[in-house]
Design a protein around this ligand. Structure first.
Ligand SMILES: C[S@@+](CC[C@H](N)C(=O)[O-])C[C@H]1O[C@@H](n2cnc3c(N)ncnc32)[C@H](O)[C@@H]1O
Length: 346
């Protein structure tokens, strides 16, 4: 995130940024903290909720005392065995049942006490982050740990999210529809899915928590039934290139910063050529990164015994910068970010 913020900060006279695939909103938050006016978009409902809390809400306009009172009352609710307890604590083991029952009670409580969309988003963000701190996974929700994670034994505790001052916007649209709106930005940051692994499935519990629905669940992981049918074009080899072209060629932005893994569907040569169709100059910064957590944990049999090693535990994240003076932007960013300086190569 600091590298991406350094690159965007090196773009001359940039004020407005579109984060088209905002996900956790980590990058969008970094950009807002750096003073940019950020629009965060993502198809996932949980991402739009996070963006409503962290990006669209101006911390200075929030009555923190009133919200803290509501959080304390929600935190004190006795647990109630509901959908989360049954599905994610009994049929699966993502949370300890005592925490699952509190999640059920708090989730229902939020709908009773939230007085606006902003308040609801802040309270849901607090619940999501509290649940995240006591889950029993490696981060992704495609599986839970065979043995309870030590943190899962701790009681769930709601905390006030650290909101950011300033204006921003949260959208929950398909990236292509968002681009077709035609809104103009100084910089667009594009971090699309890079392979077939669906974020909707990998974070299915967050989706269910924020929606507050009770979908049929399937398999050992107890995923929502609609994980079978909710497929992003960016996760499908046959459609991802057309979708990426539509977004890169259609987005109204003077500069584009695009993240892509060297293990993704497309080569760096193909992405560079696509960006060059639209922008005069393209530069690339390779960043050495740890691979996704599953790869680092190794291969295990159904009993949880380690039976194999994955071939490699690091990959290269490619950061493309496209637009006027792209090379100079990368050079300027390197001055403020030692890691970019060490990794620069075109
Ligand atoms: C690589 S992740 C982005 C991570 C993000 N930069 C962060 O800091 O957490 C890709 C994101 O694209 C979203 N996504 C997938 N298909 C989409 C689509 N068609 N339109 C908009 N967002 C989409 C996923 O929900 C996921 O959050």
């Amino acid at each position: 995130m600091p590298r991406i913020v350094a690159l965007v900060s090196a773009v001359p006279e940039a004020r407005t940024v579109l984060d088209l695939f905002a996900g956790s909103t980590r990058v969008a938050q970094g950009l807002k903290s750096a003073g940019f006016r950020v629009t965060a978009n993502d198809l996932a409902t949980y991402s739009e909720v996070l963006a409503t809390a962290y990006i669209a809400t101006d911390a200075d306009s929030v009555d923190v005392g009133a919200l803290e009172e509501k959080l304390a009352a929600l935190d004190a609710l006795p647990g109630v065995r509901g959908y989360v307890t049954r599905t994610f604590c009994e049929e699966a083991r993502y949370f300890q049942p005592m925490n699952g029952a509190r999640i059920d009670a708090i989730r229902a409580g939020i709908d009773r006490v939230a007085e606006s969309d902003t308040e609801r988003a802040i309270l849901l963000t607090a619940l999501l982050e509290a649940a995240d701190r006591v889950d029993s996974t490696t981060g992704l929700q495609m599986a839970y740990l065979k043995q309870w994670a030590p943190r899962s034994h701790r009681p769930l505790q709601l905390r006030m999210p650290v909101l950011l001052a300033g204006a921003g916007r949260a959208l929950g649209e398909d990236a292509r529809a968002c681009v077709r709106r035609g809104d103009a930005f100084d910089v667009a940051y594009l971090d699309p899915p890079y392979n077939q692994h669906s974020y909707f499935s990998n974070y299915h519990i967050w989706e269910t928590l924020v929606r507050g629905d009770v979908p049929a669940a399937y398999g050992v992981a107890r995923k929502r039934e609609d994980c079978r049918t909710t497929k992003s074009a960016f996760n499908q080899r046959a459609n991802a290139w057309t979708a990426l072209c539509e977004v890169v060629l259609g987005v109204q932005a003077r500069h584009v910063v695009l993240s892509f893994s060297n293990e993704g569907f497309f080569t760096d040569v193909a992405i560079r050529a696509l960006l060059a169709e639209r922008f005069d100059e393209v530069a690339v910064v390779p960043v050495d990164s740890p691979r996704y957590v599953g790869a680092r944990i190794g291969i295990h049999n159904p009993k949880g015994e380690r039976v194999g090693e994955v071939s490699h535990v690091r990959n290269t994240e490619l950061l493309f910068v496209a637009g006027p003076d792209a090379e100079a932007i990368v050079e300027r960013a390197a001055l403020t970010d030692g890691a970019v300086a060490a990794g620069t190569g075109r």
